[in-house]
Ligand binder design. Structure first.
Ligand SMILES: Nc1ncnc2c1ncn2[C@@H]1O[C@H](COP(=O)(O)OP(=O)(O)OP(=O)(O)O)[C@@H](O)[C@H]1O
Ligand SMILES: [Mg+2]
Length: 282
């Protein structure tokens, strides 16, 4: 069975692509078969973030019927499979996302988990992707505009028939002005899957076009992405002692969110995370 999960936000720039890449990399490291699909045709970033701007095939070829989706995937050196969207402006203008459901049907059974990177906003693309994927994770930052748009994203995703697995709070810096995980959970009314700390290594990984989880596995955000992968698959991830040390120094709140999510599960909220990705359990 293939799990299709769209990573959504409403507001732009909150960390969807970063989450898709690093959650995908962490799941791959945990032995899952993962494919990343760039369902952001206007402003695609997966190929840029992963250093593959000159790929011969893209999702645009698949949408136009020129290529089977299986043959449009490339294997990144970190082990993740990726179907990028074209960076060309001509391809962007000439590609309309209409047959996403058919494309996902073609992928069904070929891989275990498909993470779909999505565009900000709530246009036609959003509707088509959410209708096809049927599962979503919402990414937000701990600030009001991002959370307000996340609330809308959740409501629309559900209207389009998708189940929202939970919330990733990204770029948590523990400053007094930030919204707390508790308040964010109250506003969005979905379980907090993980808090990812603000981490300058994210930009370093971007500059060398590697997933952070691959290039900086002991960095605070990488550890949090691994916790997220573990929470979604219901498996246990125990950071090494050096990883724990890094995390304690940099991110007390990711632990807090982890335990608050755990608490929800203990209270019996089935949607709160215990293996929300179905299939092989480790
Ligand atoms: N935890 C983090 N710590 C530091 N910087 C981060 C973190 N997460 C993301 N960033 C940075 O924030 C910027 C936006 O991230 P990203 O491109 O993943 O957002 P997005 O939601 O995909 O954006 P868009 O809506 O434009 O597609 C990037 O420069 C990225 O390196
Ligand atoms: Mg993006």
């Amino acid at each position: 069975m293939t799990n299709f999960i769209a990573v959504i936000s409403g507001k732009g720039g909150v960390g969807k692509t970063t989450t898709v890449i690093n959650l995908g990399c962490a799941l791959t490291q945990f032995g899952r078969d993962v494919l990343l699909l760039d369902a952001n045709l206007q402003t695609p970033h997966l190929a840029l973030y992963l250093g593959s701007p000159k790929l011969p095939h893209s999702l645009n070829d698949v949408i136009k019927g020129r290529k089977h989706v299986r043959d449009a995937a490339f294997l990144h050196p970190s082990g993740i499979k990726v179907v990028p969207a074209s960076l060309s402006i001509d391809h962007m203008k000439s590609t309309k996302m209409g047959n996403m459901a058919d494309i996902l049907t073609d992928l069904a059974g070929t891989t275990e988990i498909v993470l779909l990177d999505t565009a900000p906003g709530f246009g036609d693309e959003f509707r088509l992707v959410l209708t096809a994927a049927r599962k979503a994770i919402v990414v937000t930052n701990p600030e009001l505009p991002a959370v307000a748009d996340a609330v809308k994203a959740v409501q629309l995703a559900e209207e389009y028939g998708a189940t929202v697995l939970g919330v990733v709070i990204n770029r948590v810096d523990n400053t007094p002005s930030e919204l707390s995980a508790k308040n964010i959970q109250m506003m969005i009314n979905k379980p907090i899957l993980m808090s990812i700390p603000e981490d300058s290594n994210v930009q370093v990984a971007l500059s060398i076009q590697q997933p952070l989880v691959h290039s900086h596995p002991e960095s605070p955000a990488a550890i949090a992405f691994k916790h997220l992968a573990a929470a979604l698959t219901g498996q246990v991830y125990k950071p090494s002692l050096s990883e724990e040390h890094e995390q304690k120094q940099a991110s007390p709140s990711s632990q807090a969110a982890f335990f608050s999510s755990l608490l929800n599960r203990l209270r019996g909220d089935q949607s709160a995370g215990a293996q929300v990705i179905q299939g092989k359990a480790h």
